[in-house]
Ligand binder design. Structure first.
Ligand code: SF4
Ligand code: SF4
Length: 202
């Protein structure tokens, strides 16, 4: 693949954007410690989903994959092939799959992972001024200790029981917002077309 000067400047700007995003998310996760149950080996958020990736995210992810050892690269190739085999037989509207970069329940391209992957686990502010809990709240993980899962609201009773000063909060971390015009302008970059990760391999 030939990389033009313009593409390499853009990737540099994307790395600066990721640094900024990481710092921001680090603070968010820190402020939500009582509600976060993420730990190494818990890879549920890397399974059974679509994983939207824009062109620039995908290019950066590939840079990471190219640096992996041959054995890991082979495993990823096999995963991709298996996903395509499954996809061929699928006739529904929304094809879900386990991320091909997930190897033994660990992300093989962690430092190169996309925007959506970095936000897994936090609560998101939605456009209609509601808060969306991560899916794993409904599996006894993040925020399950403070949410009323039936009503999908914060439970005052549970919050009181935790005796913490750290409020459970939603953040402006929707994929659409974090890869939108404001960030493109601020970091002088273009995210480009966005589609499910697996479709970039078609
Ligand atoms: S790139 Fe890594 S973090 Fe993102 S879904 Fe795949 S395995 Fe998970
Ligand atoms: S976000 Fe949820 S599913 Fe993902 S690692 Fe954290 S606890 Fe596990």
């Amino acid at each position: 693949m030939i990389v033009t000067d313009e593409q390499s400047i853009m990737l540099g700007n994307y790395v600066a954007y990721l640094d900024f995003l990481n710092q921001k998310l680090l603070k968010f996760f820190d402020s939500q410690k009582p509600y976060i149950f993420c730990k190494q080996g818990c890879a549920r958020c890397c399974k059974n989903a679509q994983f939207p990736y824009s062109a620039i995210e995908f290019r950066y992810l590939l840079n990471g994959a190219l640096q992996l050892d041959k054995c890991t690269q082979k495993k990823i190739e096999i995963n991709i092939k298996n996903i395509f085999d499954k996809k061929k037989k699928y006739s529904g509207k929304k094809f879900l799959y386990d991320c091909p970069f997930l190897i033994d329940d660990c992300c093989s391209v962690y430092n190169y992972r996309g925007v959506i992957c970095r936000t897994f686990g936090l609560m998101t502010n939605t456009e209609n001024q509601k808060i969306k809990a991560p899916f794993c709240a409904f599996q006894g993980l993040n925020y399950s200790n403070v949410l009323n899962l039936r009503k999908k609201t914060i439970s005052v009773r549970k919050f009181k029981k935790l005796q913490t000063d750290l409020e459970p909060l939603g953040f402006n971390i929707s994929y659409k917002y974090l890869t939108g015009e404001d960030y493109e302008e601020a970091f002088n970059l273009k995210f480009g077309e966005s589609k499910p990760l697996i479709e970039w391999f078609e």
